[in-house]
Design a protein around this ligand. Structure first.
Ligand SMILES: Cc1cc2nc3c(=O)[nH]c(=O)nc-3n(C[C@H](O)[C@H](O)[C@H](O)COP(=O)(O)OP(=O)(O)OC[C@H]3O[C@@H](n4cnc5c(N)ncnc54)[C@H](O)[C@@H]3O)c2cc1C
Ligand SMILES: *[C@@H]1O[C@H](CO)[C@@H](O)[C@H](O)[C@H]1NC(C)=O
Ligand SMILES: *[C@@H]1O[C@H](CO)[C@@H](O)[C@H](O)[C@H]1NC(C)=O
Ligand SMILES: *[C@@H]1O[C@H](CO)[C@@H](O)[C@H](O)[C@H]1NC(C)=O
Ligand SMILES: *[C@@H]1O[C@H](CO)[C@@H](O)[C@H](O)[C@H]1NC(C)=O
Ligand SMILES: *[C@@H]1O[C@H](CO)[C@@H](O)[C@H](O)[C@H]1NC(C)=O
Ligand SMILES: *[C@@H]1O[C@H](CO)[C@@H](O)[C@H](O)[C@H]1NC(C)=O
Length: 500
């Protein structure tokens, strides 16, 4: 058995000393020698345990030497300055928002310091400005709950538990994207702590190059300590989850294919198609998340779904706080996400579900554990999304170079038994490879890879196109001349790794 640092430290009962003994212990000591002392937590403490346990995927709960939990942008600034200066620049650290990335080391680190922003989780409504100021440790559920008191909302996550910080830095697909673009397209101002510790406001008039770069290019420039988002008036939707027998698959694919090509006719409608296998009940089913972003039931845009016989429906008028509690997926599993983007082509959709069914059979034959879930999700990615991004000043995703309506596949497997790690990674990888090869063979492939759903082995930043890669490189160099966020903060998708 792997003896964790926490357990080892408990056994010998000298927590801070055990930490100080390593090179990264020097970095923790440097932080503890400042006014941040009370915010540094070590293995063995309750705060450390809660922080690790609050990563969504169990496989990313790495054990850093210490965790720093800053309360303000000033504390984040002091932390960055301290970590850059300490130990001759050898300190490694990670930056963590909600901690929902499924691959280990994106927002956590071994032998280093994790800056956990979770204490910075308030949301403030600025009625006059029509914005909400959201701190980076927030989860979308808390944001919606706060804003619902004013009958307003923002374009954010579709699952309440998901973190705001990483979501907005990677784009952010929302129920409102057909109306207002991605989550990032609705950020009007960022407060950012740079590598040299300065705190700057970033918007279309101030540091406009960084403003654009932060919309999709993730943690390559600094630590965002506040997001000001444009609000959406009215917080009620008609939405929920509708389940069906999997024999209705073809009808859903036909309906979904048509839906994507018709989104422009009614941008209030949002659909996520989910093919889901639960080992515990041995159930293979289809589920739709149908959301209409104004409180009108049974809009015509959903007719081709609502005419399919369902087995259950939770459709109702509710606010996002309520609806996004339902769409949460259980935490505490080992998880893999991999993703691909394709032309809106019915044959690719059919192949997606064929492969899904085959992978279920392979899991049944090979899994050692008996508790696992296999999701394959189909999500619209129409040209209309990008048109809204462009209207709002543009982002880094590079989708404007594509003319066609697209759809996205998210392969999302969760399992309990560590002994099944290799199996589920192999199945997920096999599924994506087969789908990619097939889509290429019929000219329905697309090179875009959505960063927020990508595995470590994928290369989403390259998929933004060579022009945007150059832009991101230039902005990263300008705001972080010594490359702190490339080398001292190794986690996440790094622009310096593109082309390597
Ligand atoms: C259950 C579930 C539902 C989801 N639903 C959606 C959805 O509806 N739409 C969608 O688009 N995506 C969705 N996602 C994907 C989600 O957008 C990503 O997992 C995203 O990274 C979550 O943000 P986070 O803050 O929790 O991530 P973290 O893992 O904390 O961070 C992600 C990356 O951003 C960096 N980072 C975090 N905070 C900062 C900061 N303040 N400054 C600089 N860098 C920072 C981290 O270092 C890391 O590299 C979902 C994921 C899950 C698990
Ligand atoms: C902020 O985090 C604390 C601690 O986890 C939690 O109790 C509180 O509800 C959160 N606030 C919001 C607005 O989500
Ligand atoms: C929000 O809407 C409800 C019902 O429509 C109304 O009763 C309430 O006064 C509104 N609240 C605010 C703050 O506008
Ligand atoms: C329904 O599920 C079963 C069992 O997993 C599978 O064999 C079958 O191919 C599925 N049918 C469709 C239409 O997807
Ligand atoms: C689900 O099925 C019921 C019963 O047939 C039907 O009344 C309802 O409209 C369906 N709901 C949706 C959202 O399709
Ligand atoms: C959502 O609202 C419905 C009523 O519309 C209520 O029954 C349900 O408990 C609410 N769910 C949550 C999670 O708040
Ligand atoms: C995901 O990335 C990890 C490395 O972080 C790798 O070991 C694994 O095989 C990858 N899985 C898939 C499905 O690509």
């Amino acid at each position: 058995m792997h003896i964790t640092t926490a357990v080892a430290a408990l056994c010998i009962g000298v927590l801070p000393k055990a930490a100080h003994a390593t090179a990264s212990g020097t970095c923790c000591s440097a932080l503890a020698a400042t006014t941040l002392k009370s915010q540094v937590v070590y293995p063995g403490s309750a705060a450390y345990k809660i922080s690790l346990g609050s990563y969504w995927a169990e496989n990313v709960q790495l054990e850093p030497t210490c965790i720093l939990q800053p309360r303000t942008a000033q504390e984040v600034s002091l932390a960055v300055s301290t970590l850059v200066a300490a130990d001759g620049g050898a300190c490694k650290f990670a930056v963590r928002g909600g901690g929902h990335t499924t691959w280990a080391g994106a927002s956590n680190i071994v032998d280093g310091v994790t800056i956990d922003l979770s204490l910075m989780n308030s949301t403030t409504y600025n009625e006059k400005a029509g914005t909400a100021s959201i701190l980076p440790g927030s989860r979308w559920g808390g944001v919606y709950e706060t804003l619902a008191k004013y009958n307003v909302t923002v374009a954010g996550g579709r699952s309440g538990v998901v973190g705001v910080a990483g979501f907005l830095l990677g784009g952010g697909n929302t129920f409102h994207t057909s109306r207002v673009g991605f989550g990032c397209d609705n950020v009007v101002n960022y407060e950012v702590v740079l590598a040299d510790g300065t705190i700057i406001e970033v918007n279309k008039d101030s540091h406009a190059d960084l403003f654009k770069a932060l919309k999709g290019a993730s943690g390559n420039f600094g630590i965002v300590t506040k997001y000001d988002m444009k609000i959406i008036e009215g917080d009620k939707l008609w939405g929920g989850i509708v389940t069906y027998d999997n024999s209705t698959t073809l009808k859903h694919l036909e309906a979904g294919h048509k839906f994507i090509n018709n989104i422009e006719k009614d941008p209030y409608a949002s659909w996520i198609g989910m093919w889901e296998y639960l080992s515990v009940t041995d159930q293979n089913m289809v589920a739709n998340a149908l959301e209409y972003t104004t409180p009108v039931a049974y809009p015509a845009a959903f007719d081709s779904f609502t005419t399919i016989a369902n087995t259950s429906s939770s459709m109702r008028v509710a606010n996002l706080w309520n609806l996004t509690q339902e769409l949460g997926q259980a935490s505490g599993y080992r998880d893999i996400f991999v993703t691909g983007t394709f032309v809106n082509n019915l044959d690719v959709m059919k192949r997606t579900v064929d492969i899904h069914n085959r992978m279920i059979e392979e899991a049944k034959a090979g899994a050692k554990g008996d508790d696992y879930t296999m999701f394959t999700m189909i999500q619209p990615w129409p040209k209309l999304f990008t048109d809204h991004s462009v209207e709002r000043g543009g982002n880094m995703l590079g989708l404007d170079r594509f003319d066609e309506n697209l759809f996205q596949v998210l392969i999302d497997y969760s399992w309990k038994d560590e002994a099944d790690d290799a199996l589920f990674n192999q199945l997920a990888n096999g599924a994506l490879e087969e789908l990619t090869t097939y889509s290429k063979s019929i000219g329905a492939d697309n090179e875009f890879i959505y960063l927020n759903y990508a595995n470590e082995t994928q290369d989403p930043l390259s998929s933004y196109g060579p022009e945007n890669v150059k832009y991101i490189q230039a902005v990263a160099k300008k705001y972080d001349q010594t490359g702190v966020f490339q080398t001292q903060v190794p986690g996440g998708f790094k622009i310096s790794a593109v082309g390597k």
